[in-house]
Design a protein around this ligand. Structure first.
Ligand code: ATP
Ligand code: MG
Length: 463
């Protein structure tokens, strides 16, 4: 990275916007007042327009030509500086959402808490946000709950106000389409070079305002390979319990970002290290502490998910949720079987239902994921049966693929017989005739068995 860094050899090429600013003036601790940015000219940074999608460029240019300020901001600037090829582009401007809408036919205003403009180009959506004032500068217009969490802060401001409401210094860099320079109010470039995750302002206050920042900290540290700054680490340690105040629906979105974007295993390790995982998945955490085999299973699943994402394969949240709830589900299922006579499958389905309901209090998981998740867990005992038509029918079950992948992971960590797992891998590649042989299905036996069963008046037992 050929970034120019304040206070180092390259400082001479950093111009300041209105007047020169020393790096001590920019130190980001305590309440902030607007200051001049360090402006890093195009020649002194690596963000190239080649890295920016045509949709994002169109939005930036049109805003600029219409007399508004237009910047890329947030993760896209950060990732471009780190050579990570950004995919999402967020634009910040001094145009109000209505002014933005007037410029673009393909624009929709969304959000009640924050009014944002979404501009669509085919499958790409560019999010355009009007600069907003930070809580500290607009105390009268910002609503907090009793823990200090911000619940409404829709107050427009200037860029030098907008910067202080952003979370980490690396996320608060603005790329100006007017001259392709980067505006840095918070020493974000320096922190990117040092690979440090630094929360803007007083860490404890900022985590109180929005406890999800703790999860974001861990996620970015994992994805970017950054060290979490000491003051932030200490504040997280203090504030772990505040996550309980965050609406469960918001945590589902965060769950997806943490576990389905390619850095699940590292994020998981850090969540555990900072005691945040127990806040999100209490029942899972309890089992992880008791059972090293379960920990191996979870890590194998996370590693597998990361590999799938890296290979561009699809991932579904129901799989990892099933993985996380597996050991608690097995334990509860065993208990339910001592209380009432039922098959292993039925008990797993029942236990998974109860655990998913408990889990909803922390992270609200849509039904379209909990229902297949239960099916996937309840199918596990059926893999033990490799003879007969019913065993073969498992191949045609709509949840077979997920349940099979789940079973393979169990076998990988010694929880399921490797030869039987191999059998299921093999039969999938076979023709119909070969399968009949593999499952040892005899046409005549089938008829006889059915007659005998019906005479006893008992339906076939499901496992
Ligand atoms: P990624 O897209 O890789 O998850 P990102 O940094 O772009 O990372 P977004 O959630 O897309 O994250 O948010 C865009 C920007 O909005 C962030 O970079 C940050 O400046 C700001 N932001 C997002 N969430 C918060 C938050 N909870 N508190 C403060 N600022 C935030
Ligand atoms: Mg983003």
């Amino acid at each position: 990275m050929s970034l120019t860094c304040p206070g180092r050899a390259g400082a001479a090429i950093i111009r300041t916007h209105n007047h020169r600013t020393s790096s001590s003036q920019l130190k980001n601790s305590g309440p902030q007042t607007p200051k001049a940015p360090q402006i890093i000219p195009r020649a002194a940074h690596t963000v190239s327009r080649k890295e920016i999608t045509s949709g994002a460029l169109k939005v930036l240019y049109r805003l600029h030509k219409s007399g508004y300020q237009a910047f890329l901001v947030g993760g896209c600037v950060r990732d471009a500086l780190l050579d990570l090829h950004p995919k999402d582009f967020d634009v910040a401007t001094d145009a109000t959402p209505e002014e933005v809408r007037a410029l673009f036919d393909n624009c929709r205003l969304i959000g009640r808490r924050f009014r944002l403009a979404h501009i669509r180009f085919g499958r790409e959506v560019i999010e355009v946000a009007t600069f907003r004032a930070a809580a500290i500068h607009a105390a009268d217009d910002v609503e907090h709950d009793h823990e200090g969490r911000i619940i409404r802060d829709n107050v427009y401001g200037k860029i030098e106000e907008d910067v202080w409401r952003r979370d980490f210094t690396c996320n608060a860099l603005y790329y100006n389409i007017a001259d392709f320079s980067i505006w840095d109010y918070v020493n974000g470039v320096r922190d990117i070079e040092r690979r440090r995750l630094v929360l803007i302002g007083d860490a404890d206050n900022r985590l109180r305002e929005d406890p999800v920042r703790m999860l974001r900290a861990v996620r970015f540290a994992a994805k970017l390979n950054f060290t979490i700054d000491e003051s932030l680490a200490a504040a997280i340690d203090n504030d772990v319990e505040l996550l309980a105040n965050v609406p469960a629906a918001r945590l589902f979105d965060e769950f997806l970002k943490m576990f389905e974007t390619g850095f699940a295993e590292k994020t998981f390790d850090k969540l555990r290290e900072y005691r945040l995982f127990a806040q999100l998945f209490p029942a899972t955490d309890e089992e992880l502490n008791k059972d090293p085999a379960f920990l191996r299973f979870v890590r194998a699943a996370l590693d597998n998910t990361d590999r799938r994402v890296a290979a561009g394969k699809s991932v579904t949240p129901m799989f990892l949720i099933g993985v996380f709830l597996w050991a608690p589900t097995e334990r509860l299922a065993a208990l339910r079987r001592t209380e009432e006579r039922m098959s292993e499958s039925q008990s797993l389905s029942l236990a998974a239902y109860e655990l998913a309901a408990q889990q909803q209090r922390r992270i609200s998981i849509p039904r379209r994921f909990t229902v297949p998740m239960r099916e996937m867990l309840a199918l596990q005992p059926r893999f033990m049966h490799t003879r007969g038509k019913r065993a073969m029918n498992l191949l045609a079950h709509r949840r077979f693929r997920a349940a099979y992948d789940f079973m393979l992971l169990r076998s990988k960590v010694g929880q399921f017989d490797a030869d039987v797992a191999e059998f299921w891998t093999k039969v999938q590649k076979q023709t119909a005739e070969q399968r009949v042989a593999s499952f040892e299905i005899r046409a005549s036996a089938k008829g006889k068995r059915r007659r005998r069963r019906s005479r006893r008046g008992k339906p076939a037992q499901t496992s």
